[in-house]
Design a protein. Sequence first.
Length: 328
Amino acid sequence: MKWQLILGLVILMGIVLSVLASQAQTTITLTPKEGEAQGIPVVRLSELPIGTLAQVVGRVVSRGTDYFYLDDGSLLQDSTGAVGLRVTLKGLAQGNVIPLPAMGATLRVTGILSRERDTQGRFYTVLRPRRASDITASPMQRQYASPTFPRDRWYEFSLPAEPVNPAPAALFNQFPLDNRLNRWSRVMQRWGVYQAQNESAFGGLLALEGYRLRSDAPRSVLITGYLPDPGADRLVRFPRPGAHLFGSSLPDPVLWNRCLISDGIEMLTIAQAAQRGWIDPVLRYLNGTVYWTIAPDDTGDDDSLRPWRAYWITTYRPNLRLIIPTQN
């Protein structure tokens, strides 16, 4: 199958999916719904094969007699209209009993990706834990200090980790955000604008996404995020040809020439992908008022992806995946 080189265990840090095979690894981003809305990029959970071993971190937002939903604030919805990813507790092996967790609890859940049908006969994705030990307390957290956002000048950035509370007003509570915070849509190829009166349409701030902020004064921010899984690489999906803004969402620098590009069948180095005509190998990032570059042959201004920075890449074919390794 197309994913045979890179599928194995999937780590779902809220909306970030890290795919691990025996030694090969990759990650994919889901934002925000299982269907395009408000111009925000979308990757469908249904693109992942049934039977994939997965891990998800989120907060319990609803529950029934034999299921509950985990949500990270990214507006992910299934065909039933429920927010979050459904974790089903039925169909367990004989002798296994999993109690329902408390509402509001933040959990890490490991299980098998599967499908169920809603009342209209439509399939939606569920996660099936195998035993009670597959449901554990939330991962470790740490604080991340941002650079200083300049006054009245656009500053392009990406979060260095998956935030515990992704609400823009919570992360940037000292900042006026209306018309000053934008998200780049990889699907619509344009900026989405934050408005407090319609915050739910903008969604939470997500790892791997590209943003820009125009502060009213020089300010910095301290966010609380989840520590990344050391064995889970990041994968950013570029659904269509064009310009894409992204970040590594890792706390340490990653050499650009160690990253890989996949079309779902082959996995190439950055240089090889450029030779095939898949991408422009030179990244651009805003440094003050000037764009600097990163090139795989070390001819750019820098050689690594760094926390908090957002990078522009140009792709020339659809449905490419950028694989960012956690270890250089």
